[in-house]
Design a binder for this molecule. Structure first.
Ligand code: ADP
Ligand code: MG
Length: 531
């Protein structure tokens, strides 16, 4: 559709800046979007939420000219537009801030802001003018950043600011942010929100994608919910509750998401049979980090986990939780103490030995440690199983395929095929592939470090359900989580770490956010509750 007149900004704020009308987009084997409509007004922050795979990123890529819809219309200022390329979207005032930035790491802030459009006379870049314009933009945003700084040396938050400054310099009227806070600290999130409020005040429209509901409640005016590629609902934030949004996202209420009845039954069985621990840690200690050889990393850590039990390891970041996991898995050395598996003292020197003893570890950073993103689901699953699936060094493709199919079905990984690259899966589905890799090895002991970090509430519930299932089948689970509600609801017992030591243990019935935090910080429970 070619427009005869140039787009003219609408004076009355009563009409939307942008309308998406019945957009459909399919990929081979997947309907990513079906008949989706939404609108966004000048000066408004529209929240876009939905489970992983709901179609949020696809919709945003359509709005920024990366993908073309199969059918449907984009209407800007009341006029249908066709966005053939990112450049065209940019010219029409649509800017997108991606999770992975599009900056040139070796160029400076100012060069990045004006890349390809440097003010120049003839062939000479007018550096002074470039600096002045960049400073003005950063000032408008209230950001303190040296325009000459090389982007590579900036924090994630600062790089994001450069992206936003670039959007402003392009006279963006609609700024799209896709999961902008996933790598930010709380202070940086607050700073970003101030900037978003500034954009709003200047009459820009913002589409804000996040799976963190508290952020939607803080910064958005309206929220649109996608589910399985379709519009599930749309409502003003003032009328929304977390439960209502979650219900739209996953099609069921929030209450069902934690602790099934089967967990209570499992506790009863554990109490009746009181099985011997499958994992026992006695007096584990380690001194010294790279920077400080005398620092206490772990000190006199003792605990045990029985088959069928879910034990939570709580504590602040840096309290030693991950170090315990890595020591048990043979990934880190320890100086003192011993580890017993099935009552037998063992010295686990490598992950390979740990795996042989029936110990699995779902690591904290699945992208770095557990998955090869450029390989297919099938290939990733096979990597940890090479010993078992290969004969004379040749991996048997048939066995690999059968296993991958079984796991994809069992864990309900949403993918058109086992040949899909892991890169193209959503975070929740990537995590399921990591877990599937371990399940295929039938571990007796499964250590899970932040098993649901960064995945949405629906996938989270599925991972939780799976953990309960494993425990019911007799697997001993040691779970590390920084999310208090998760650790409180999932754990049969909680060990709370503080400064490398176990500060205390809480049974499921006595665990509350206050009692856990009191042990984690060393501040008394009544003080925490009063705060
Ligand atoms: P969200 O951002 O809400 O997590 P996406 O828009 O990324 O969801 O994905 C929607 C669906 O489309 C998912 O099933 C995803 O696997 C699929 N998908 C997205 N991009 C591609 C692609 N380039 N090729 C194939 N499938 C894709
Ligand atoms: Mg996405």
């Amino acid at each position: 559709m070619v427009q005869s007149e140039p787009a003219r900004p609408d004076e009355s704020s009563g009409s939307p800046l942008l309308r998406v009308e019945r957009v459909t987009k399919t990929f081979p084997g997947v309907v990513a979007l079906q008949d989706v409509s939404l609108e966004v007004y000048p000066g408004e922050v529209l929240g876009l939420v939905g489970e992983n795979g709901a179609g949020k990123s696809t919709l945003m890529k359509i709005l920024s000219g990366v993908y073309q819809p199969d059918s449907g219309e984009i209407v800007l200022d009341g006029k249908p537009v066709t966005l053939h390329s990112p450049r065209q979207a940019q010219d029409l005032g649509i800017a997108i801030i991606y999770q992975e930035f599009n900056l040139m790491p070796n160029l400076s802030v100012e060069e990045n802001v004006f890349v390809g459009r440097e003010p120049n006379t003839g062939k000479v870049v007018r550096w002074r003018q470039l600096r002045k314009q960049t400073e003005d933009l950063l000032d408008q945003l209230g950001v303190r950043l040296n325009p000459g700084a090389i982007v590579r040396s900036l924090s994630v938050a600062e790089q994001q600011m450069v992206e936003i400054a670039k959007a402003l310099s392009l006279n963006a009227r609609l700024v799209i942010m896709d999961e902008p806070t996933s790598a930010l600290t709380d202070t940086e999130v607050a700073a970003l929100f101030d900037i978003i409020r500034g954009l709003k005040a200047r009459g820009l429209a913002v589409i804000y994608i996040s799976h963190r509901l508290e952020e939607i409640f803080t910064i958005c005016d309206r929220v649109t919910v996608l589910r399985d590629g379709q519009l599930a609902g749309e409502l003003p934030v003032a009328e929304a509750t977390p439960d209502r949004i979650v219900r739209l996202m996953v099609g069921r209420p929030l209450m069902d998401l934690f602790r099934p009845e089967q967990a209570e039954r499992r506790l009863e069985i554990l109490a009746e049979r009181s099985p011997e621990p499958v994992l026992e840690v006695r007096g584990l200690g380690r001194t010294g980090t790279g920077q400080d050889p005398s620092a206490i990393v772990l000190e006199d850590v003792s605990f045990s986990v029985r088959p069928g039990e879910i034990v939570g390891l709580a504590g602040l970041v840096g309290s030693g939780r991950t170090e315990i996991a890595r020591a048990i898995f043979g990934a880190d050395e320890y100086d003192r103490g011993e580890i017993l598996v099935d009552g037998q003292p063992t010295r686990i020197r490598s992950p390979r030995e740990a795996i042989r003893l029936g110990i699995g570890l779902v690591p904290e950073d699945r992208k770095l440690q557990a998955l090869v993103l450029s390989l297919a689901i099938r290939e990733n699953m096979a990597l940890s199983l090479l010993d078992r699936l290969s004969r004379f060094g040749v991996v048997r493709l048939g066995a690999e395929r059968a296993l991958a199919r079984r796991m994809v079905d069992a864990l309900r990984v949403r993918t058109p095929s086992i040949e899909q690259k892991v890169l193209n899966l959503s975070g929740g589905n990537q995590q399921k592939v990591v877990i599937a890799k371990w399940l295929a090895l039938h571990p007796k002991i499964l250590i899970m470090d932040e098993p649901t970090r960064g995945i949405d509430i629906g996938a989270k519930a599925e991972v939780h359900g799976l953990m309960h299932q494993l425990a019911a089948d007799g697997v001993a689970i040691l779970m590390i989580s920084s999310e208090l509600p998760e650790i409180i609801h999932m754990s049969d017992r909680i060990l709370v770490m503080r400064q490398g030591r176990i500060a205390g243990e809480l049974g499921h019935a006595e665990a509350t956010q206050e009692t856990v935090m009191a042990l984690a910080t060393g501040v008394s429970a009544s003080t925490v509750a009063a705060a």
